[in-house]
Write a protein that binds this ligand. Structure first.
Ligand code: NHR
Ligand code: GAR
Length: 216
């Protein structure tokens, strides 16, 4: 991948993960060119974070389109103006169609707040507590057309504190995400980690179990 990987970050909401990327690039620990921040929601606070940092923004509202495919085509048209090498979903809440995913094959990352393959889908923190699990965390993975099922790259794990609420757990998981997502994206941006033949690879070896970082 190019020396300075041109990156689009896609958000729908608050954008604390986006802020972690902005901070990591500004602090010199992450070498990516954040070319554009895109949102499907014009009120997403993350758009203000981008403007504050001097990054271009773009917005296409899904409600303006009759179906998923026409929305996705409009998003592609908007993003392709920036010729991105990498797309980072950071709290992006719209499922992407197969044709969108194939347009950017192997170039889309997501962070999902669970230890995938456990708990795909929404409302993960409450589901983990209800199940009485001992461990939770978040997973960075390549996006494929199958929701939350693309090959995994890196997981941050943390122990559940007995009695904690879903809100407390969510905060702790988000703090983990802010550390692992820029690291994983940097590995993809530098070419250390890649996607080929439906799998993720690190230094030419298939990633069977994701890389794991443990937190308290
Ligand atoms: N698209 C594809 N093709 N594959 C993935 O793995 C994707 C994806 C788009 C988003 C993020 C994912 C998550 O980490 C993600 C992964 C939204 C929904 C959802 O149900 C599910 C999973 C994820 C994101 N979205 C509803 C929809 O109809 C809308 C929900 C809402 O607006 O609140 O798109 O959790
Ligand atoms: C993150 O916890 C991310 O894992 C989750 O949304 C949060 C976004 O927070 N993503 C999803 O649930 C995707 N469906 P942020 O907007 O503050 O970065």
């Amino acid at each position: 991948m190019a020396a300075r990987c041109k990156t689009a970050i896609l958000i729908s909401g608050s954008g604390t993960n986006l802020q972690a990327f902005i901070n990591a690039v500004a602090g010199g620990s992450l070498d990516l060119d954040i070319a554009v921040v895109f949102s499907n929601n014009p009120d997403a606070f993350g758009l203000q974070r981008a403007e504050q940092a001097g990054i271009s923004t773009a917005c296409v509202q899904h409600g303006d389109f009759p179906d998923r495919d026409s929305f996705d085509r409009a998003v592609i048209a908007e993003l392709d103006r920036f010729e991105p090498d990498l797309l980072i979903l950071a709290g992006f809440m719209r499922i992407l169609s197969a044709s969108f995913v194939s347009h950017y094959a192997g170039k889309i990352l997501n962070i999902h707040p669970a230890l995938l393959p456990l708990y795909p889908g929404l409302n993960t923190h409450q589901r983990v507590l209800d199940a009485g699990d001992e461990w939770h965390g978040s997973t960075v993975h390549f996006v494929t057309e199958q929701l939350d099922a693309g090959p995994r790259i890196l997981q941050g794990r943390l122990p559940i504190i007995p009695g904690e609420s879903a809100e407390e757990l969510e905060k702790r998981v988000q703090a983990v995400e802010h550390q692992i997502y820029p690291v994983a994206a940097g590995m993809v941006g530098s070419g250390k980690v890649s996607f080929k033949d439906g799998q993720s690879w690190v230094d030419g070896h298939p990633i069977v179990e994701p890389l794991i970082k443990s937190f308290k």
